[in-house]
Design a protein around this ligand. Structure first.
Ligand code: B12
Length: 373
């Protein structure tokens, strides 16, 4: 089966008109496309960095507040400057982008602008037709571009030669980075917590680099919304290499390619590699395979239901650190006491921390960062 087309979508800086792109994203996904959504109010630099790291076929920009001729043109120019000429740019913006503007944008290297009244089918057909064919790689020396290409080859299973495959799946223990696994139910705040941990890392270590491998669910052969980047603020940084992966039909929180992608990232000069699983259920043990991580963090929401529910969560037996995030919620004190009691049954040196990841300079997140680093 052919690998899904991956595209990145975003709304430019100083623009909050995201309703059009949210609808278009869903239509793309419904037609088997994997969409990495970067969110609104995004700069040229953030968009190009993300597109390169995600190795997408194209960037779709939805623009309503003006300045589109310059903005789209700058995106094309920066892609060129960074050696990623095989990533194309297209988009729309209702009645704001005139036909004359679209002509000027085409001259600056933009593939296509969609005007008001275009059907969703027309747009998805265009993406599948224009970006669905195998592409020719343009040569580049940029290490992030090269790394992104190799991750795609692993994920799509296109790196087939025996020697390469052996190297690719080589022992994960040969890594030079420390690997931290974050897991927990959907809505617990894993992404925000990771973003805050990244901020502390960037502040503490002025030259260090960190990689994030983030997962969202998808059914085999179908599309997916890879939306974790939209919740990231501090991780929009050249010292952070983030890659979003769809699970492509695999249960348990990770993708069939996670192990090999991690092996590659682990020997690519990052100080840390953070893996974020999809929102997991009671039975999930995503990091059990081959000592895939050095440290596991289970992020819980205080609203897990009754005490009885805790007995059923397998990761409470396995995690090194358990975080009760959203600890400003009313039920958090009870949750802390109940989870503490549950962990005591394990008789292991597990740590329990309360955090409010959405709060700047949260002391709980500081404590988590100290434990990790
Ligand atoms: C809905 C809307 C809002 C909503 C936005 C809600 C949201 N979360 O998105 C609200 C009310 C919040 C809002 C606020 C504002 N808005 Co307003 N808004 C609109 C409106 C009415 C519709 C835009 C829309 O979503 N259309 C629906 C989409 C699906 O259809 P479409 O636009 O025709 O797009 C087609 C194609 O272009 C294509 N397309 C669009 N994007 C993309 C992307 C890709 C990748 C692809 C493939 C295709 C594609 O898809 C559609 C296919 O038919 C437009 C007026 C208009 N009729 O366009 C004004 C408009 C965009 N807003 C405008 C303004 C001025 C504002 C405000 C500044 C007002 C204010 N003073 O506060 C604020 C700014 C908000 C902000 N933070 O940026 C102006 C912009 C003027 C300009 N650029 O010169 C407009 C044009 C209204 C006007 N005539 O004055 N707005």
């Amino acid at each position: 089966m052919a690998a899904p087309i991956r595209i990145l979508t975003a709304v430019p800086i100083c623009d909050g008109h995201d309703s059009a792109i949210n609808t278009i994203n869903l239509e793309f996904i419904r037609h088997g496309i994997e969409v990495i959504y970067l969110g609104y109010h995004r700069s040229v630099g953030d968009i190009v960095r993300a597109a390169i790291q995600e190795d997408v076929r194209a960037i779709g920009i939805s623009s309503y507040n003006g300045g589109h001729v310059e903005f789209f043109g700058e995106v094309v120019d920066l892609l060129r400057k960074r050696g990623a000429t095989d990533i194309k740019v297209f988009g729309g913006g209702g009645g704001t982008i005139t036909h004359d503007d679209a002509e000027a944008m085409k001259h600056r290297g933009v593939d296509k602008i969609f005007f008001a009244g275009t059907s969703l089918t027309e747009m998805t057909d265009y993406v599948r037709e224009r970006y669905g064919k195998p592409r020719k790689r343009a040569g580049t020396k940029s290490p992030d571009v090269q790394l992104a290409w190799r991750l795609t080859e692993i994920e799509d299973g296109t790196r087939r030669s025996g020697r390469e495959k052996k190297r690719q799946t080589s022992n994960i223990k040969h890594r030079t980075s420390r690997v931290i696994g974050f897991t927990g139910p959907g809505g617990a705040g894993k992404t925000t917590l990771i973003d805050e941990v990244v901020l502390r890392f960037l502040n503490q270590n002025s030259k260090g680099r960190i990689a994030i491998l983030s997962h969202d669910p998808s059914v085999i052969g179908k599309g997916a919304l890879l939306g974790d980047r939209a919740a990231m603020i501090n991780s929009q940084n050249d010292r952070v290499f983030m890659r979003s992966m769809a699970t492509r039909g695999q249960a348990g929180g990770l993708s069939p390619a996670t192990h090999d992608c991690l092996a590659l990232l682990g020997r690519s000069n990052f100080d840390y590699v953070i893996i974020e699983t999809v929102g997991t259920g009671q039975e999930a043990m995503p990091f059990q395979k081959n000592g895939i991580v050095d440290l596991t963090v289970l992020v819980m929401n205080p609203d897990y239901g009754s005490r009885l529910q805790l007995q059923k969560i397998v990761m409470l037996d396995l995690a090194d650190i358990v975080v009760v995030n959203k600890s400003d919620l009313q039920r958090a004190r009870t949750a802390h006491a109940e989870i503490k009691q549950r962990l005591e049954q394990n008789r292991r040196a597990q740590r329990l921390i309360d955090t409010v990841a959405k709060r700047h300079r949260d002391p709980g997140v500081d404590q988590l960062f100290d434990l990790i680093s």
